[in-house]
Design a protein around this ligand. Structure first.
Ligand code: ATR
Length: 276
């Protein structure tokens, strides 16, 4: 019987996931369909119960339900639990199990364009929201030794570090401190929403002290180049935008549902074509 996958969120109309997954399901001759479901917060519990009853085989969760869904699942993987957010649900023996592939998707995208072993990279994360948390805990979980965080609201960065279950030696920096010491970092990851509005050219901090051999990643993918990435490239640094993270979080979910490895480069091409 045809399998059914999907994504739930509010809003959902602009999600790129249906185009990305449906094209790849077709390429691999998998008899399945991926549908976007517009679910309001007040209907979340009913929606999850409904998904199970009608036989949905797995689904993604996007804004604003990634945390709120946790109590409605049968089980949650330990890393997703630590992050406090689920972006992928897999049906395992009739039970809905929650995972977080956002951080791992980020790591895979970095491995594709930069390097396999990240453990010795001195890393600075800019921002302390949900995306920062997923990336921070995932980097610690794969053994990256020093990951520091700077954020406008310093208490939020302190809270992320205090709650990490890995006993890592992380530091909190103000934006000003990060600007002056950014030259010490070999990997800089921008996770705030600054740069998302294509009409406002804004960067969370100046990169004038950046080490030109550093790698700078911005998880924003639209517009393609944020001001931060333009500045990084001007300094000679290698850069990537957030398209790779979007693709790989999806590729990892796809593999969990189908047990087939999708072609992530092809998925990236599908999304690039779709964005035009
Ligand atoms: P997400 O889940 O996408 O990470 P979030 O949890 O709302 O979103 O987090 C947004 C991040 O962007 C936070 O780090 C936030 O900084 P604060 O903790 O100080 O709010 C950051 N951010 C958003 N707008 C910002 C701005 N104008 N200047 C600096 N940081 C900003």
């Amino acid at each position: 019987m045809k399998k059914l996958y999907g994504v739930i969120g509010d809003p959902i109309a602009h999600s790129l996931s249906p185009a990305m997954h449906n094209a790849e399901l077709k390429e691999l001759n998998i008899d399945a369909y991926y549908h976007p479901f517009h679910i309001y917060e007040k209907d979340l519990r009913t929606a999850v119960e409904g998904m199970k009853v009608i036989g949905v085989d797995g689904f993604n969760i996007t804004v604003p339900h990634k945390t709120a869904i946790i109590p409605f699942l049968d089980r949650v993987d330990p890393l997703a639990k630590a992050i406090g957010a689920v972006n992928t649900v897999v049906k395992e023996d009739g039970q809905f199990v929650g995972y977080n592939t956002d951080g791992a998707g980020f790591v895979e995208s970095l491995k594709e364009v930069w390097k396999e072993d990240l453990t010795n990279e001195k890393t600075l994360i800019i921002g302390a929201g949900g995306a920062a948390k997923a990336i921070y805990y995932t980097l610690l979980s794969i053994g990256v030794r020093q990951v520091d965080i700077c954020n406008r609201t310093i208490q939020k960065a302190e809270a992320l570090i205090a709650a990490q279950p890995y006993d890592a030696d992380s530091k909190v920096l103000t934006m000003e401190e990060a600007e002056s010491s950014i030259g010490e970092y070999s990997l800089v990851i921008q996770t705030t929403s600054i740069g998302m509005d294509p009409d406002i050219d804004q960067s969370p901090l100046s990169l004038r002290n950046l080490n030109p051999s550093a790698f700078v990643s911005d998880i924003i993918y639209n517009p393609k180049e944020t001001m931060l990435l333009k500045q990084a490239a001007e300094q000679g640094a290698k850069t990537q935008n957030g398209l790779g993270m979007l693709v790989y979080q999806g590729a990892l979910a796809f593999e969990k549902w189908t047990n087939k490895k999708p072609d992530a480069r092809r998925m990236k091409q599908t999304v690039t074509n779709f964005l035009g």
